[in-house]
Design a protein around this ligand. Structure first.
Ligand SMILES: Nc1ncnc2c1ncn2[C@@H]1O[C@H](COP(=O)(O)OP(=O)(O)OP(=O)(O)O)[C@@H](O)[C@H]1O
Length: 254
């Protein structure tokens, strides 16, 4: 479904991902953990095509994301290819990033209509289903500034799903929220995990959430996977000293 094949990403001399190999199957929910600067967000940004690989190839559903085919060969993706493949990846950011001058319904239908070419009626119908799923059916005509941070983030989740993406990327989606708003957002994501089979790749420090939603946890350090397992195994019986130290530090900071 998703495959990183020997991916290298560097910024100047800083090698952030060092020949990274990793795969996600359909229906996988994977949480990435690891110290600050270990490359977690870079992985999401590569999938979002906001960054380009230096070496290696990223595949989505058997097609290259980072590259395109020229006959038998793979060549680095053109901007046109990236614009096209970007549609299949849904991302929710820490800071919501809703369109401020559009109401909730417009936020949800803009890209399905203008990028995917759906009819306005079909896009609105799908948007209403998604608003019901995130518990905001009564906010269709509200503008982002009239919503709490938690409500804005739930709209952002619905907006990502409105594109029917192949994968949903969640980057620290609760870390900009007031503590009392976190639970609602996590509950919505738990419900989506329970009621859909969309693959999710999650970066979070909310270990309970990771335990509830994901079936695999990958521990990163310096651009490499140092340990991988089920949430149960990684959180209760980590094998690697680096994982243990990292989890102790997260728990101490909570
Ligand atoms: N656009 C960029 N230009 C230069 N260096 C970058 C850029 N983006 C990321 N980096 C560097 O890449 C490394 C990995 O960053 P990344 O944000 O992927 O880590 P992270 O594991 O997500 O950390 P955090 O938990 O703090 O978000 C860091 O050393 C960072 O400084």
């Amino acid at each position: 479904m998703i495959r990183f094949e020997s991916v290298v990403k560097q910024f100047g001399d800083n090698v952030v991902l060092d020949h990274l190999d990793f795969e996600m199957a359909a229906g996988d929910r994977v949480t990435l953990i690891g110290p600050s600067g270990s490359g977690k967000t870079t992985i999401l940004r590569l999938l979002m095509t906001l960054e380009r690989v230096n070496e290696g190839v990223i595949w989505v559903k058997g097609s290259p994301l980072s590259h395109e085919r020229k006959g038998e060969r793979l060549v680095p993706a053109s901007e046109k290819h990236l614009r096209k493949v970007r549609r299949s990846i849904g991302m929710v950011f820490q800071h919501f990033n809703l369109f401020p001058n559009m109401n909730v319904m417009e936020n949800l239908t803009e890209a399905p209509v203008h990028v995917l070419g759906r009819s306005k009626t079909a896009a609105q119908e799908r948007a209403r289903e998604l608003l019901a799923m995130v518990g905001l059916s009564d906010k269709e005509t509200a503008h982002p500034t009239q919503l709490s941070g938690g409500q804005q983030q739930r709209v952002a989740i619905a907006r990502a799903l409105a594109m029917d993406p192949d994968i949903l990327l969640l980057d620290e989606v609760t870390s900009a929220l007031d503590p009392e708003l976190v639970a609602d957002v996590l509950d919505v994501l738990r419900r989506i995990a329970d009621t859909t089979d969309i693959p999710m790749l999650i970066v979070t420090h909310e270990m309970n959430f990771a335990r509830d939603v994901s079936n695999r946890v990958l521990m990163f350090d310096r651009g490499r996977i140092v340990e991988e397992g089920t949430p149960q195994q990684i959180f209760t019986d980590p094998k690697e000293e680096r994982t243990r130290k990292f989890l102790d530090a997260v728990i101490a900071g909570e």
